[in-house]
Design a protein. Sequence first.
Length: 86
Amino acid sequence: MGAFAWDKHCARNGMWRVPERTLLGMAFIGGTIGAVAAQHGLRHKTRKEPFRTQLYLIAGLQVVSLGAVAFPTVQDVMLSIVRSIG
């Protein structure tokens, strides 16, 4: 959440910004909840595409991954879908 706040501060003051790749990378390695909360709480990068779509794609992948790890039934369903595709 701090990186989003800093980036918004920099945007308002004409300073060097935090690269979107960095913000998305932090979300990818586990900061998704903070990134989404900051995006909405600070109203920062809420309309910026493709950033918004990429952030929600990361969040979706993490939810599916967590479901696969936490619930063996989800894991079985995902494996059957992958097998039917391939």
